[in-house]
Write a protein that binds this ligand. Structure first.
Ligand SMILES: Cc1ncc(C[n+]2csc(CCOP(=O)(O)OP(=O)(O)O)c2C)c(N)n1
Ligand SMILES: [Mg+2]
Length: 534
C-alpha cells in the first residue's frame, strides 16, 4: 500500500495519496471559503458530489458508505456547515456508518483574532456523536490524521470521525504517509461462545431477534443457516434499520415493536432469545416489568461494547456478527427435535378506495417493483403497513435510519444508488418517503438530477405528520384533540421536484396507480411520484 516519491509532498498531495490508498475517489460536500484551498487542482479522476444543504451531504455519504461497505469522505464548511449537518451526523452515529467528516477551519495565522467563520470549539461541536474529533496540532500532521480517522471509522463499531483542517495547512511541506492494514472486525470470546452454543443446542423453543448489525456485517446467509439448523423463529428487532432476514422465509415471524410489554408478549413461549446485531431492546415509549418473558434466558451478540454494557438482562458477547456466526454454525447440533414455528398470518388484501389507503399503495408497489430494487424508507406512518405488504429480501434491499431523525431518507437513497452504481449492482432505488419527512432535505432532488441516478421517489402525501397524530394518545390526548403543528396542507411536490430538474407526476385515482408506479419505475434517471393518500 505504500507509495514513495523523492520530493517532500505538501499536505494536499499527501492527503490525496492517503485517499487513493484507501480507495476513496468521491467527496461529498458543500464548500465555503475555508475549504477552497483543499480542492485546488482537484484530481480529474476523483468526483465531488455537491449537496445543497449539509444534511443532504451527510445523508448521501451515509447511503454511499452503507452501500459500498467503506468509509465515505465528507467535506463541510466550518461551524455553520457542521451545525446544519448535525442531525444526520447523529443518524450516521446510530446507523454505525463509517464516515470521515472533514470541516474547514480558519487559517491558523489569524485564529488569535477570532476571525469571521472561525469555529472556536471545532472539535467539541460534533461531539458526542463522532467516534473521534481532531484538529491536528501541526499542519504537517493532517494526512496522518486522515489515515487514523479512516481506521477508527472502519473499526467495529463503525461510525463517523471528525477532522477539522485549517485553511492554511494545505501548502505546508510534510511527509508521505504509509497506510497500513488495521483490523476492522472483532472476534467472539471463545469461552462465552461455547456456553451460548451449549445453551442454544439444549433450548426447546429458541428465537432469534435480528438487527441491522447482521446486514451490516453481510451475515444474512449465515443467519439463515443457523436459523434453519435450529428451526428458530426469527423476529426483526424493534426499529431495525436494515433487513436482517428474508421476510418471506417460513421462519420469519415479523417485527418487534419498540414497546417493552408487547415484546415480552410476542416472545412469550420461547425459552432462549438470541439477539443478533441489535440492542435488546430499543424502546420508544415507557414500559414496565421484565424485558423478556420470565421463563426465557437471553443472549446477545453485538459489536458495540457500550450497547452490551447497558443491556438489562442475559449475557452479551461483543463480536462482529459474521465472525460470531462463523464460530456458532459449525457447533450447532440441537439436542431435541424442534417443530417448525407456526407460519405468519397473511394480511388482508387491501381494497382500492378514494382517497387511497397506504396499504393499497404499498401492496401495489410490491407488485410493480423489480426483483433487484432497493427500498429506502422514511415514512413513519407507513412503516407498519410496509412491514406487512412489502417484504424485503435480504441485507442490501432495505435501508432506513436507526436514529429516528427525519431528513435522512431522500439523500440516503441517492448515496445508495451511487454506491450500487459503483459496485455495478442491478436494480433501482425506491425512496418511500412521507410528505413531512421529504421536506427536511428536499434539496436532495437537485443532487439526484445532477447525478442522473435510477431512483424513484414515492411521496406518501397525507398532508400531515400522521405518525405524531397517531402517537398523541400515548401522551393522554383525547380522541378529538389534534396536536398543534401537525398539518401540512398545500405542498405541491410535482412542482418542487420539477423545479430541481427531477421529472414528476401525481396520482390520486386508485385505478391509475399501478400504471403510474410502473411508469415511475421505468424512467431512465430519477423521478418522483406524489401519491395522494387518505
Ligand atoms: C428531525 C426530526 N424532526 C421531527 C421529528 C418528529 N416526527 C416524527 S414522525 C413525524 C412526522 C413525519 O411525517 P411524514 O413524513 O409526513 O409521515 P407520516 O407520519 O405522515 O406518515 C415527525 C415530525 C423527527 N422524528 N425528526
Ligand atoms: Mg405525512
Amino acid at each position: 500500500m505504500t507509495n514513495q516519491s523523492h520530493h517532500r509532498p505538501t499536505v494536499r498531495e499527501a492527503f490525496i495519496r492517503v485517499m487513493r490508498d484507501f480507495g476513496i475517489d468521491t467527496v461529498f460536500g458543500n464548500p465555503g471559503s475555508t475549504e477552497l484551498p483543499m480542492f485546488r487542482g482537484f484530481p480529474h479522476d476523483m468526483r465531488y458530489v455537491l449537496g445543497l444543504q449539509e444534511s443532504v451531504v451527510v445523508g448521501m455519504a451515509d447511503g454511499y458508505a452503507q452501500a459500498t461497505g467503506r468509509a465515505a469522505l465528507v467535506n463541510l464548511h466550518s461551524a455553520v456547515g457542521v451545525g446544519h449537518a448535525m442531525g444526520n451526523i447523529f443518524t450516521a452515529f446510530k446507523n454505525q456508518t463509517p464516515l470521515i467528516i472533514t470541516a474547514g477551519q480558519q487559517s491558523r495565522s489569524i485564529i488569535p483574532f477570532d476571525p469571521y467563520l472561525f469555529s472556536s470549539q471545532s472539535i467539541d461541536l460534533p461531539k458526542p456523536y463522532v467516534k473521534r474529533a481532531c484538529e491536528p496540532a501541526r499542519a504537517a500532521d493532517v494526512p496522518l490524521a486522515l489515515a487514523r480517522a479512516y481506521y477508527i471509522a472502519m473499526q467495529a463499531p463503525r461510525g463517523p470521525v471528525f477532522l477539522s483542517i485549517p485553511a492554511d495547512d494545505w501548502e505546508i511541506d510534510t511527509d508521505w504517509v504509509t497506510t497500513r492494514s488495521v483490523s476492522q472486525s472483532i472476534g467472539p470470546d471463545p469461552t462465552l461462545l461455547a456456553k451460548l452454543s451449549a445453551d442454544l443446542n439444549k433450548a426447546k423453543r429458541p428465537a432469534i431477534v435480528t438487527g441491522a448489525g447482521v446486514a451490516r456485517d453481510g451475515a444474512v446467509s449465515r443467519l439463515i443457516k443457523l436459523a434453519e439448523l435450529h428451526q428458530t423463529a426469527v423476529y426483526a428487532a424493534p426499529m431495525s434499520a436494515r433487513c436482517g432476514f428474508p421476510e418471506r422465509h417460513p421462519l420469519f415471524m415479523g417485527f418487534l415493536p419498540p414497546m417493552r410489554e408487547k415484546i415480552v408478549s410476542l416472545l412469550n413461549g420461547h425459552d432462549l432469545i438470541l439477539v443478533l446485531g441489535a440492542p435488546a431492546f430499543t424502546y420508544h415509549i415507557e414500559g414496565n416489568g421484565p424485558h423478556i418473558p420470565p421463563e426465557a434466558s437471553c443472549w446477545q451478540i453485538v459489536d458495540d461494547a457500550n450497547t452490551a454494557a447497558w443491556t438489562p438482562t442475559g449475557n452479551s458477547i461483543i463480536s462482529s456478527i459474521d465472525l460470531a456466526l462463523d464460530a456458532l454454525v459449525p457447533t450447532s447440533a440441537p439436542s431435541a427435535h424442534r417443530p417448525s414455528p407456526p407460519s405468519r398470518a397473511t394480511p388482508p388484501e387491501p381494497t382500492p378506495s378514494s382517497p387511497m389507503s397506504a396499504s393499497f399503495v404499498v401492496q401495489q408497489l410490491d407488485q410493480a417493483r423489480g426483483e433487484y430494487d432497493v427500498v429506502v424508507e422514511e415514512a413513519p406512518g407507513t412503516r407498519a403497513t410496509m412491514q406487512q405488504y412489502l417484504p424485503m429480501n435480504g441485507e442490501d434491499r432495505f435501508y432506513t435510519m436507526a436514529s429516528g431523525g427525519l431528513g435522512w431518507g431522500m439523500p440516503a437513497a441517492i448515496g445508495i444508488a451511487l454506491g450500487r452504481q459503483k459496485l455495478g449492482l442491478p436494480g433501482r432505488v425506491i425512496g418511500l418517503i412521507g410528505d413531512g419527512s421529504s421536506m427536511y432535505s428536499i434539496q436532495a432532488l437537485y443532487s439526484a438530477a445532477e447525478l442522473g441516478l435510477p431512483i424513484t421517489f414515492i411521496i406518501m402525501n397525507n398532508r400531515r405528520y400522521a405518525a405524531l397524530q397517531e402517537f398523541a394518545p400515548v401522551f393522554k390526548y383525547q380522541a378529538h384533540e389534534k396536536p398543534v403543528g401537525t398539518d401540512l396542507p398545500g405542498i405541491d411536490f410535482v412542482r418542487l421536484s420539477e423545479a430541481q430538474g427531477v421529472k414528476a407526476s401525481r396520482v390520486e385515482d386508485p385505478q391509475q396507480l399501478q400504471s403510474a408506479l410502473q411508469a415511475a419505475l421505468q424512467v431512465e434517471g430519477p423521478c418522483l411520484l406524489e401519491v395522494v393518500i387518505a
